[in-house]
Design a protein around this ligand. Structure first.
Ligand SMILES: *Cc1c(COP(=O)(O)O)cnc(C)c1O
Length: 225
């Protein structure tokens, strides 16, 4: 089932890419939260290497149990006091939305003598239920985080609203992509803006058409949670 789902998702990604004027490489992250080690192994065996988790403990457990060439993506809300458990295990932290969290990442990264790639999570539709910095405050946050050592901002991420019709999210994806281009073109020191992480099972096709180059797909690969 996982293999068939992946074939389908990858086909839809290729189709959506044709409708995207930028035509970039797209990274598919298989969101394995709540799913078993066996399920991750199945996706691994058909070639997936990027996996997304939203809880620190679950990420660590899977990290320990699975091959070391997996790139783990932290996509969920991260508490400052838990940064130390994952700092040397994750490939990219997608969910940085405050200077305080960035400072904690910077501190732990320096202890390990590494530079942690991160994305800035933006609450693009200003939903009260969601994490993320609002768009109006995002540029200032980028500038402040860029001053920290041991951390490298590589782009932006959003979790768009839950909608029945993915077209309803097009406006939000457009808005995030515009922000990404604006901030990228400012060439802020110590940033390397290259990733736009947006689009989940319900809306990744539209997200890709609007410029996503990382999509995070759980249900569409592993089935319902
Ligand atoms: C769970 C989750 C996803 C994947 O959601 P699906 O709708 O199952 O594809 C993507 N991004 C984040 C941040 C998530 O928490």
């Amino acid at each position: 089932m996982i293999e068939e789902n992946l074939v389908k998702v990858e086909k839809f990604i290729q189709i959506a890419k044709k409708n995207c004027p930028h035509q970039e490489d797209i990274t598919l992250i298989a969101v394995s939260k709540t799913k078993s080690i066996e399920d991750v192994k199945k996706a691994y065996e058909v070639g997936i290497r990027d996996f997304g988790e939203n809880k620190v403990q679950e990420l660590i457990d899977k990290y320990e149990a699975l091959p070391k060439d997996i790139k783990w993506h932290m996509i969920g809300h991260l508490q400052r006091n838990k940064v130390k458990y994952i700092i040397d295990k994750v490939h990219l932290i997608h969910s940085v939305d405050s200077l305080k969290l960035a400072e904690a990442i910077s501190k732990e990264a320096m202890k390990h003598n590494l530079c942690m790639p991160i994305l800035i999570e933006i609450n693009i539709a200003n939903e009260i239920s969601k994490f993320g910095v609002c768009l109006d405050d995002a540029e200032e946050l980028v500038k402040n985080i860029a001053k920290l050592k041991g951390i490298l901002i590589q782009g932006v991420m959003t979790v768009a609203p839950f909608v029945e019709n993915e077209e309803d999210n097009r406006v939000y994806f457009k808005r995030l992509y515009e922000f990404f281009i604006d901030i990228r073109d400012k060439n802020i020191d110590n940033t390397n803006m290259r990733y736009v992480s947006m689009g989940m099972t319900g809306d990744y096709k539209v997200a890709i058409e609007e410029g996503a180059n990382i999509v995070r797909i759980g249900t569409g690969i592993f089935g319902n949670r």
